[in-house]
Ligand binder design. Structure first.
Ligand code: MN
Ligand code: MN
Length: 461
């Protein structure tokens, strides 16, 4: 059956159009001011609604094993929540595998975890946890045979890379069409502070934030930017940027023409360090941590002036009950991460578009088109042009809703955004033409989602 989306306002990253949109065999096939209805069509009434490319969340962690715990959302519950929030593609960051494992080891694990489970399309970012000749040689087939055209490395945690390893891997990425992504925090500075706090008995959640203040992140951002510059301007993507100083380094590099992009997440735009002083402070344990309130405005400037290119979630869900059990008396025992995959679109729309900070087209760019272009998904994803996948979200810009975890579709037990009022809400999500959520009701099915083989990186700026 063909589907006709009638009477809506189409919004893409370039503009707005009062057009009907026809879907055939899961693809957008036609757009026109008026498309006549016939018996072969199911009509979706989009009057007073915005019709936008479905969200692309390029930073999730489903089914991740972080050593001390396993996250509670797998590829079914995680993508179900994503779909109900207007997201139609996720790119999941692989967790670490056993020491010394190959790149294909984790790829096979993730294919196994996602297959038959995902309700929307998905891909994975690879992870570099050590550097040797075998790993360097494995990168090319990962890109060209397996469709994995981005990898992450870490500057902290157990499998952090040193500067020499980073230079070698960045050079190889640059040769192979890979976009490097980095978790930038200065590990030595964090360990130094943690040791002091431990001695002083400082174990409450607020000390998590003080153990990795924004200078730890900003230093690592500036270092990685300069290493990428040394590696023949290897393209670099900073994940989960949380503060104004780090943003300034990105701004300087971009102004100089260096191929650097940065992502932030709703938690760094909307939540601040004071949340660690609450009785339920463990709900907000993540890295980088929430920042002083004064940073939030700086992050919004990054959204409006184009220094930030994407908004993702870093969805990594550990129930509050588990956090309490594991870390009641010591924040260092708390698994790190926040849920949020279902609320990204509504939060950015409400606090970005409804407040007048950004246009609706800029919203589409941040949530869908820019991530699609950077990560090799465009133009099949992130576009409303004929030939694109019919991955769509219908948004009601006037609908007011209050976020309640009871209404969400993840497998956890809380939302960090509980009680936040939104104006602008996703009312229908289509994945390759199939309605996967309608008015908050999940209507998709496990296994509908397909692995997307991503194209090598091309700088489209
Ligand atoms: Mn991270
Ligand atoms: Mn992450």
């Amino acid at each position: 059956m063909r589907k006709l989306i009638k009477g809506g306002t189409l919004v893409d990253d370039a503009g707005e159009y009062r057009q009907d949109l026809l879907i055939e065999q899961g693809k957008i096939t036609r757009r026109a001011e008026h498309i006549s209805v016939d018996d072969s069509m199911e009509v979706i009434d989009a009057q007073r609604l915005l019709v936008m490319p479905g969200g692309i969340d390029v930073h999730t962690h489903f089914n991740i094993d972080v050593g001390i715990a396993q996250s509670c959302d797998d590829f079914f519950t995680g993508t179900r929540a994503a779909a109900c929030g207007g997201t139609t593609t996720i790119v999941d960051h692989m967790g670490f595998g056993p020491a010394g494992c190959s790149l294909h080891h984790q790829l096979e694990k993730y294919h196994h975890d996602a297959k038959g489970q995902a309700v929307i399309d998905y891909s994975f970012h690879g992870v570099i946890q050590h550097v040797d000749q075998a790993i360097l040689e494995e990168i090319e087939p990962m890109v060209h045979r397996e469709g994995i055209s981005s990898f992450k490395f870490y500057l902290t945690y157990n499998y952090k890379l040193n500067d020499g390893e980073i230079l070698r891997v960045l050079q190889r990425f640059n040769e192979c069409g890979v976009l490097a992504t980095v978790h930038p925090e200065n590990d030595a500075a964090i360990q130094w502070r943690l040791a002091q706090f431990k001695q002083q008995g400082k174990t409450a959640p607020i000390w998590h934030a003080h153990s990795r203040p924004l200078a730890c992140e900003a230093e690592a951002i500036s270092r990685t930017i300069n290493l990428a510059r040394l590696a023949d301007n290897a393209p670099l993507y900073i994940v989960h940027l949380s503060n104004g100083l780090g943003l300034d380094y990105v701004r300087l590099a971009r102004a100089a023409g260096q191929p650097v992009w940065a992502e932030t997440c709703p938690q760094y735009l909307l939540l601040d360090i004071n949340h660690y002083q609450r009785a339920d402070g463990l709900k907000y344990m993540l890295s980088p941590p929430l920042r002083p309130h004064s940073e939030l405005d700086k992050m919004w400037v990054g959204i409006t002036d184009g220094t930030l290119s994407t908004v993702a979630t870093d969805h990594c869900n550990f129930p509050y009950s588990q956090r309490q059990q594991m870390a009641a008396s010591d924040f260092t025992r708390c698994p790190n991460g926040l849920p949020g995959v279902e609320n990204r679109m509504a939060l950015l729309f409400s606090f970005g578009v409804t407040t007048g900070r950004i246009s609706r087209s800029r919203f589409v760019s941040l949530t869908s088109t820019a991530p699609a272009k950077l990560f090799g998904l465009w133009p099949e994803k992130g576009s409303l042009l004929p030939g694109a996948d019919a991955d769509l979200v219908l948004f009601d810009p006037d609908q007011q809703e209050t976020i309640r975890h009871a209404d969400l579709h993840d497998n956890g037990d809380y939302s960090p955004y509980e009680g936040i009022r939104c104006q602008g809400w996703p009312v229908m999500t289509l994945s390759r033409g199939e309605v996967v959520c309608r008015k908050g009701q999940f209507t998709g099915k496990a296994g509908h989602g397909r692995f997307v083989s991503r194209k090598p990186f091309i700088n489209r700026e």
